[in-house]
Design a protein around this ligand. Structure first.
Ligand SMILES: [Zn+2]
Ligand SMILES: [Zn+2]
Ligand SMILES: [Zn+2]
Length: 292
């Protein structure tokens, strides 16, 4: 390693560009916590999900230690760590980015087929696709696919190539928050009744009523079948699939009414309404975007 490419020098270059960074040790993972931070004894840092008062000067708490402060990066306690560092990580959410981490060739093939082109960084076995915009992180959203953005770190492997696109709805929809199931009954009664899909709202649709109804019923059944988990992402998929059937119609096709029926089905199996609405809106939008 020459001087310009030591982890510390790479980190300083990134931090001066506003990218929060931290050192990685052998194994390409963050350094462990110091003795007073061990097992979260310190309560954690203020920027963590369970915020605590930790002001530890060492790079403890993984991504939460990432900083753009050159004074911290070159402090004596970090200097000792940099000497053992083998790589640099950054906090994508901290600089308003999302990394779609594709671990293998199959995941890369999926992304090429599904996601809008953007800036790509080659990794050991796969690729990082970078989008402008931050979102909650989540591992294994699909086989071999992790979302690294807020409260996460990603390994820095260079700036990559290609023009960075805005974070698309299709990526946001990969991370489903279904752990906030409300009390049964509560949400169902709060759903306003809206007109179901009918010919009256679909004056420009080239399909028969029977075709649209059958497709919709099939989609709703898929959502209802996911009562245990995954109904939100199923709602997204059903909305996208049904909307795609109408991209050749002059319209209007009553997609809003179709969306409402999907939202209702998802809410009835416990998906929070706001999430169901977002998932369905994203699904409808993705189908339209892709047709455009
Ligand atoms: Zn510490
Ligand atoms: Zn601590
Ligand atoms: Zn149509």
């Amino acid at each position: 390693m020459n001087a310009a490419t030591t982890p510390l020098n790479i980190a300083l270059a990134l931090s001066s560009a506003g990218v929060p960074v931290l050192p990685l040790r052998r194994g390409k993972v963050p350094f462990g916590n110091c003795r007073s931070c061990k097992d979260g004894a310190c309560g954690g840092r203020p920027n963590m999900k369970s915020a605590g008062p930790c002001q530890c000067p060492a790079p403890c708490h993984a991504w939460a230690a990432a900083t753009t402060d050159a004074g911290v990066l070159t402090s004596p306690v970090w200097a000792a760590v940099w000497r053992e560092a083998v790589a640099v990580a950054y906090h994508p959410g901290g600089v308003g980015l999302t990394v779609v981490d594709l671990d293998n060739a199959a995941a890369v093939a999926w992304a090429r087929e599904t996601l809008p082109a953007t800036r790509i960084v080659q990794t050991t076995r796969g690729e990082h696709w970078l989008y402008r915009g931050a979102m909650p992180s989540s591992n294994a959203v699909r086989p071999g696919v992790d979302i690294k953005s807020l409260m996460q770190y990603a390994r820095w492997l260079g700036p990559g190539t290609g023009r960075m696109a805005v974070l698309p709805a299709a990526v946001r929809a990969l991370v489903v928050k279904e752990d906030t199931t409300p009390a049964p009954g509560e949400v169902v009664s709060s759903l306003p009744t809206r007109a179901p899909w009918s010919r009256q709202v679909a004056t420009g649709c080239r399909h028969t009523e029977r075709y649209v109804r059958t497709g919709l019923e099939r989609g709703l059944a898929l959502v209802r079948a996911r009562a245990e988990s995954g109904a939100g992402s199923q709602a997204f998929g059903v909305a996208r699939f049904l909307a795609a059937q109408h991209t050749g119609c002059p319209g209007p096709c009553g997609l809003a009414a179709i969306g409402e029926e999907i939202v209702t089905a998802a809410v009835l199996v416990g998906v929070p309404e706001s999430y169901a609405r977002r998932a369905v809106a994203n699904g409808l939008e993705t189908a339209v975007e892709r047709a455009a």
